[in-house]
Each structure stands twice: as structure tokens, then as C-alpha cells.
Design a protein around this ligand. Structure first.
Ligand code: GCB
Length: 613
């Protein structure tokens, strides 16, 4: 299939060695599946002893594996020496990062081998099976019953392998080598301001489908015409000509479409009287999709998002984005957030703050986030980890970044909540960087022409004039939003400097301030000039908000950040202790003073918006 082939080429570019995974199925959670979540036996392997021999040759480089942990075997006779045993090794929860599950692994950055055993009986003789991983950070080598299936690179996006014909009724052994070492040429690169959580951090499922199945689909309201939906359904398997049926009972939509020879069926229908999705009315419609024996359901909201001059138009009406940044971390236990309940908790806090918008920083968050945002009525900015100093000249780095972007867009293209694809964060302007990012922008637009494109850019001041702030970046020529981070009053000067600041932003586009803020230890009090106190942070917010309101094109903001989060860069004893303290909510869930300052500002913005025609 053309699309699948293309995707495989991109995946192949991003990986080395064995087979690349196939494009993961969209909406994997809605499929028949055996969950492989739970306790997995693990072997912590800091020297990658199960992967390379003492000459540093890879065990799986030979046509037949010659040894190594992935075989998951017992010695056949006394002449066979095996110095590992999954059965006698400890276990960890999947999904979950290893760092927060075992104190010894808090700072661990290397290999952990995971093993799960499962029985399996196919539903029908011609059914197909796929191993689907929500994500594994950063690199995953996957072995089933002693044979390598392939490798995936990139810590935050889904991947899957077809395993039809490879499963036994009893005792299948699934082994995954997960390695979270940082690499200078990686995406992200070695330097970030978040915890490098390793492991099988998202759900693992064995999916089962009929011989020909629906692998991808899109429902896209046409920009400029909120009454027309266009889309496609893509089939995979031996009968690509199966008619495809799409039904939305509440809208009385029932269409049958005929795929082309490549299994792709395109369709369009009118949204007669449908209620459009918005933060105030996050209306979702139940959709059923079927092709032959394959059928499943989905919930989709319909809305448009566009820009006109400095305005962002949601369903044709100008909107101010009352946002907040978020890491995919549960602050209450300092670990990756992995469940729908945790997504609900984090996004619920954003709602309490008065948000209609959230920036999911700095990498693709789990799929629950976007699905819960669809339900709660929160608009989303989604992002890939092209962060700070990426290797702009390395074609493999580019292929890796583009692959992560592709996997994200393919996963979330049907979420009404997602309105922005962001390419990068705070990247230093150079010819190579701008060429790299412009190529990514072109890729994102080709994959999804219906959403806005952005990147978190930077501001600068002319020599000797710290009050003037200029936002000027050649990347802004090709993005829909001009977004930038600024830390006046924290990394530069004091909050009082906000009153003197002026802005030169010569773009007739919506301006979004994608970050501002400062650290405060929850419960630490002092005067407004004492760093790390709640009073300092609250004052910084009080002074920043009117400063930003002076920017004529300002159409939204996402202050940094909703919750304190772990970061190894943050070493100040008794204040940071390994946590970035810029959260409005502390490590124990308590709101800091600045939470109320922003909440009040957002209440005012919401009241102003409600008065507009
Ligand atoms: C930034 C980064 C963000 C950091 C934040 C900080 O500009 O984009 O990842 O965590 O500043 O706290 O310094």
C-alpha cells in the first residue's frame, strides 16, 4: 500500500539494523486486544551484556541470534552457560517508567530487558495479530519467541509489529530491550530540562484484526466550510476492495464508499445541523466504521481552526487561548503519567485554572491526554522533542524528528482538541536549523493541512537596550502562529522590569506567549523580592500579565507550567532537590499563590470573550 510503504521508508530512515515496525493502527485502544500490561520481569543491564559480546559485537547482528538475553531460554544441558534468568529476576509495572518504581533506577540511563509471557488463541483462523506499543523511551528492540521483530527509535510515539503466524497457544515470550541512553544526534539530544524516564511507559497490547482491516482514517472539517467533512479510510490486507461503511447515527450519516486498488476510500458528507465542537460545548459524535468483518467505533468532534491576520478563529469566531504548559508527569508521585485517570487529573487542574487550552510540552504525550481533552473541551498544542541544540546538519537526526512528527500526527489527526502541531522549542537561529524546521513544517502541512503550525521561538534585545524585546525569526515566515518563550523577571532582571518592557513583533499573525514563569517552592514565603518564594512567583505573574496584554496581536499564552516536575538540572538544595519549581501546583498537589493570580486573569479574559458577539 502506497501510504504504508511511504511510512515504512521514513521509519527505516530513522532506525538501523533489523526491520522497522509498520505504521501503527489508528485508535488502537478501540480494537479487540489482549492487554499485556501488568508486571513484567526485568533484567537491569548497565553494560548491555545481553546485547553485545565482549568484542562489542551485537548478538542479533548475525543471521541467527547466537546468544544474549533475548532468547529467554533455560540451559538445555550442562554445557550451556546462561548467566541470567528472567523467572528469577524482579518485576516492574508496565506501563510505567523504571525510574519512579525503584530508587536504584532513579538516575538510570541504559538498558533494561523486559519479559512478558502470554497464551493466545486466535479468534478466527484467518485473523491477524499485531503487537502494539504506546511508546518506549528511547529505543526498543523487540523479540518474540526468540526471534527479533525489529526496532523502534523515539521515546514518545506508538509502534507495532505484525506477528500473524508467530504465536503459540501457550507460553509466548515477548522480550523488549529498552534503552534510554541520551545521544548527541538523538531527538531530543543530550540536554533537556526534564527527567529522562526510561521504560515501557505506555500500554502494550496484542491487537487482533480480520484478514483485511481498517488501519487508518481521517475525518476533517474543511477550513472555511464548517459544514463539509472530507476524509479517507485506509484498508490493509488481501482484500483492499472491500466496501467501507461509515455511520454517524446522531447525524443520520450513512455512507458506503469503494476503496481504490491501494485500499484507500475517500469520502465527504455534509454536517447537516451538527453541533460544532468547542471548549464550551465539547460535542462528540459516535462513529462506526466497518469493512467486511472489521468494525469498531470512534468518537469525533467537528470544528474548524484558522487564522486571519492576528486572529485565531475557532468555528469562525475569534478566540483567546487561556493556556498552561504541562509535562506528562504525575507530580504526586514524580513519574510518568500513564493512565486515563492521570490525564483526567492533570487536565482537570487546567480546567480549574480557567484554561481552554493546554500546551503538551515537550514531546508527544500519551493518547489519553488528547482523548480526555476532547471530552473536557480543552484545545491542545502538541509538540515533538526537537529541543534546544539538535544536530541540524545530520540527515539521520532529521529523519528521526520527521518520523516522530509523522507518528504523532497520524495518531492524533482525528482529535478535535488538537489545533496546533509544534515543530520545536527554543532552537538557536541558523541557516541549517531554519532549513531543518521549514522542512518539518512542509511535512506537517502535507500530512495535515487542517491545523495550525507553530514552534516555541525566542525573543532578543538590542545591545544595551534590555527594555526592548524583538521577536524576529525566519521560521515565523512559514508558521501560522508567532509563539515565543520569555522569562523577564526570572532569568533576566526582576519582575519590576515588566513595566518598562516594549515589544517589536512585526508579523500580522496571532502571537502566543508559549512560556513565562519563575520557580517557587510551595509553602516557602517571604517578600516579593525573595527568590523561590510563592510571593515572588505571584508578583512575577501579576507584572507579566499586563506586560503581555500590551502586545496588540496577543491571542493566547501558556505560562510555564501547571505542576512542578522532576529535572536533573535543578540541584539547589532544600528548594529544588531535582525538581523544576515553576509549577503553579507543588509536588504535593497544593496550589501556590500564583495559581490564583492566573485564575483571576483567565476569569476576566473569559468574561470579556463572552461579551463579544
Ligand atoms: C524553557 C524551556 C523549558 C524549561 C524552562 C525553565 O525555556 O523551554 O523546557 O523547563 O524554560 O524552567 O527554565
Amino acid at each position: 500500500m502506497k501510504r504504508l510503504l511511504l511510512l515504512s521508508v521514513f521509519s527505516l530512515l530513522a532506525v538501523s539494523g533489523f526491520g522497522a515496525p509498520g505504521a501503527p493502527f489508528i485508535n488502537a485502544a478501540a480494537r479487540e486486544a489482549l492487554s499485556l500490561n501488568g508486571r513484567w520481569h526485568v533484567i537491569v543491564d548497565p553494560y548491555d551484556n545481553g546485547y553485545v559480546n565482549y568484542r562489542l559485537e551485537r548478538f542479533d547482528a548475525a543471521p541467527k541470534p547466537t546468544g544474549g538475553y533475548f532468547l529467554d531460554q533455560k540451559p538445555a544441558n550442562p554445557s550451556q552457560l546462561l548467566e541470567y534468568d528472567f523467572d528469577r529476576s524482579p518485576s516492574l509495572n508496565v506501563p510505567g517508567d523504571w525510574n519512579s518504581q525503584d530508587d536504584k533506577l532513579l538516575y538510570y540511563e541504559n538498558t533494561v530487558w523486559y519479559r512478558q509471557l502470554f497464551d493466545f488463541t486466535p479468534g478466527t483462523a484467518d485473523a491477524r495479530q499485531f503487537l502494539h506499543f504506546g511508546a518506549a523511551n528511547y529505543e526498543a528492540d523487540v523479540y518474540l519467541n526468540g526471534a527479533k521483530l525489529g526496532r523502534h527509535v523515539g521515546g514518545f510515539t506508538p509502534f507495532q509489529f505484525e506477528v500473524t503466524g508467530r504465536l503459540k497457544p501457550k507460553g509466548n515470550s515477548l522480550v523488549v530491550r529498552v534503552n534510554n541512553q541520551r545521544h548527541p544526534e538523538g531527538v531530543p539530544t543530550v540536554n533537556t530540562d526534564w527527567w529522562n524516564y526510561g521504560g515501557l511507559t505506555r500500554d502494550v497490547r496484542l491487537l487482533e484484526t480480520p484478514a483485511t482491516c481498517i488501519c487508518d482514517y481521517a475525518f476533517q472539517v474543511q477550513p472555511g466550510d464548517a459544514h463539509l467533512v472530507r476524509g479517507y479510510v485506509q484498508l490493509d490486507g488481501g482484500a483492499p476492495g472491500l466496501p467501507v461503511r461509515i455511520e454517524i447515527p446522531e447525524l443520520k450519516v450513512a455512507v458506503t464508499v469503494q476503496p481504490d486498488q491501494a485500499g484507500r476510500a475517500t469520502f465527504e458528507f455534509a454536517l447537516n445541523g451538527a453541533e460544532l465542537w468547542s471548549p464550551e460545548h465539547p460535542r462528540l459524535y459516535g462513529i462506526t466504521l466497518s469493512a467486511g468483518a472489521d468494525h469498531f467505533s470512534e468518537k469525533v468532534g467537528f470544528r474548524t481552526i484558522e487564522t486571519r491576520g492576528p486572529d485565531i478563529l475557532l468555528n469562525g469566531k475569534s478566540i483567546f487561548l487561556r493556556g498552561i504548559c504541562l509535562h506528562e508527569e504525575n507530580p504526586l508521585r514524580g513519574g510518568r503519567a500513564t493512565t486515563a485517570a492521570e490525564a483526567r487529573q492533570l487536565l482537570g487542574w487546567a480546567k480549574e485554572l480557567g484554561c481552554n487550552y493546554v500546551r503538551l510540552a515537550h514531546y508527544p504525550h500519551n493518547e489519553y491526554m488528547a482523548r480526555v481533552a476532547d471530552e473536557l473541551g480543552l484545545l491542545l498544542w502538541e509538540e515533538v522533542p526537537v529541543y534546544w541544540t539538535i544536530h541540524w546538519d545530520d540527515p539521520d537526526t532529521y529523519a528521526n524528528a520527521e518520523n516522530q512528527l509523522t507518528e504523532l500526527i497520524n495518531r492524533d489527526r482525528n482529535r478535535a482538541s488538537v489545533i496546533v502541531w509544534s515543530m520545536a522549542n527554543e532552537t538557536p537561529i541558523s541557516t541549517a536549523r531554519t532549513a531543518f524546521l521549514k522542512k518539518m513544517v512542509a511535512r506537517a502541512r502535507a500530512l495535515d493541512p487542517t491545523r495550525l503550525i507553530s514552534a516555541a521561538m525566542e525573543r532578543h534585545s538590542p545591545q544595551g537596550d534590555t527594555a526592548t524585546n524583538i521577536v524576529e525569526d525566519p521560521l515565523a515566515e512559514v508558521t501560522d502562529l508567532v509563539s515565543f518563550n520569555q522569562y523577564i523577571g526570572w532569568y533576566a532582571g526582576l519582575p519590576d522590569d515588566c513595566a518598562k518592557a516594549n515589544w517589536i513583533i512585526n508579523y500580522n499573525k496571532p502571537v502566543i506567549v508559549s512560556e513565562f514563569g519563575g520557580d517557587a517552592l510551595q509553602g516557602l514565603h517571604g517578600d516579593r523580592l525573595t527568590r523561590f518564594t510563592e510571593e515572588y512567583q505571584a508578583d512575577l505573574y501579576r507584572q507579566t500579565l499586563p506586560m503581555l496584554d500590551k502586545i496588540p496581536q496577543l491571542r493566547g499564552m501558556t505560562p510555564w507550567i501547571l505542576c512542578d516536575f522532576r529535572s536533573p538540572r535543578r540541584v539547589l538544595p532544600n528548594i529544588q532537590d531535582g525538581w523544576n519549581r515553576k509549577g503553579l501546583i507543588g509536588e504535593n498537589g497544593t496550589r501556590k499563590q500564583a495559581f490564583a493570580v492566573l485564575q483571576e486573569y483567565y476569569a476576566r479574559k473569559a468574561a470579556e470573550a463572552a461579551k463579544l458577539p
